[in-house]
Design a protein around this ligand. Structure first.
Ligand SMILES: C[S@@+](CC[C@H](N)C(=O)[O-])C[C@H]1O[C@@H](n2cnc3c(N)ncnc32)[C@H](O)[C@@H]1O
Length: 265
């Protein structure tokens, strides 16, 4: 199966809404708030600067970037018309934030015209991340900042014991809803090859012990197995129930490492 994040709109309206809700919810998790705050602390906000997020979805991170870059402009770009439309509503009252439909491999900006390019969980969802990194290098001014935050999906886990069915859902998600689950291991080389100088590369654990963060794996993964005729709807529902049972009795234990790379043009 092709990673549905390569073309979110093709999944239909229900999928667009589910993705929009999942992205908005993920960004509110305390660990994700900290990951984003930490990298937003590392970049300068020059007066009149232009900062772009590529593959921004609903722009939930771009909104936070705009709150920092009050003396500049933030442009939230994504190829999905549905996600951009949702983002435009959510960010309507933020004066220094605008939204555009764009593929990260072909941006409209002039060479050397941008201060910051941000990719937050995008490069693991594209067939050739070097194309998007080359485009980022083109539009960034010399000294401009590149921020890449992505999940090390190869290590996705929702496992409490050997053969745990919830872990099967997490692994299924990493296999079928991600284009390159090994992206993070290749990231430093890709960035260097695109002409950037690495400033920092760090890893943070996204632990899932509360909330519905891991439900994306169980819900979307399970539904996909049903659609593919691999399991019946009863089993998918039972796995969702099991997720909630663990959430309520304090035994929920999901884990996904997130890497943050900062580099300079
Ligand atoms: C997991 S979502 C992340 C969205 C957002 N950055 C966030 O973290 O909330 C991946 C995003 O990558 C976008 N995407 C997929 N292919 C892309 C491409 N070629 N160029 C730019 N964005 C792309 C998808 O439309 C989707 O919104």
């Amino acid at each position: 199966m092709t990673d549905p994040f390569q073309n979110v709109d093709a999944g239909g309206t229900d999928f667009v809404v589910a993705v929009a809700n999942a992205l908005e919810a993920r960004a509110q998790e305390p660990v994700m708030v900290k990951i984003v705050d930490d990298y937003l602390d590392l970049i300068p906000y020059p007066p009149g600067g232009t900062h772009i997020e590529v593959g921004a979805g609903t722009g939930v991170i771009a909104r936070r970037l705009a709150a920092r870059a009050t003396n500049g402009q933030v442009i939230s770009t994504d190829p999905s018309l549905g996600l951009v439309a949702a983002g435009q509503e959510l960010g309507a009252d933020i004066s220094n934030l605008s939204f555009e439909v764009a593929d990260g491999g072909s941006l409209r900006f002039d060479d050397g015209s941008i201060d910051t390019v941000l990719f937050h969980t995008v490069l693991s969802h594209v067939p050739d991340p070097s194309i998007l990194l080359a485009e980022a290098a083109r539009v960034l001014r010399p000294g401009g900042m590149l921020v890449v935050c992505d999940a090390d999906f190869e290590k996705t886990s929702l496992s409490n014991f050997q053969g745990d069915p919830l872990d099967m859902c997490a692994k299924y998600f990493a296999e079928n809803f991600v284009t390159d689950k090994y992206l993070v291991s290749k990231l430093r080389g890709l960035v260097a090859n695109a002409g950037f100088y690495l400033t920092s590369f760090d890893m943070t654990s996204r632990l899932i012990t509360h909330g519905d963060g891991g439900m994306v794996w169980v819900g979307m993964g399970g539904q996909n197995m049903v659609n593919a005729g691999q399991i019946g709807p009863q089993l998918a529902e039972a796995m969702v129930e099991e997720y909630h049972r663990r959430k309520e009795n304090g035994s929920l234990y999901g884990h996904l490492p997130f890497a943050t790379l900062v580099a300079q043009r």
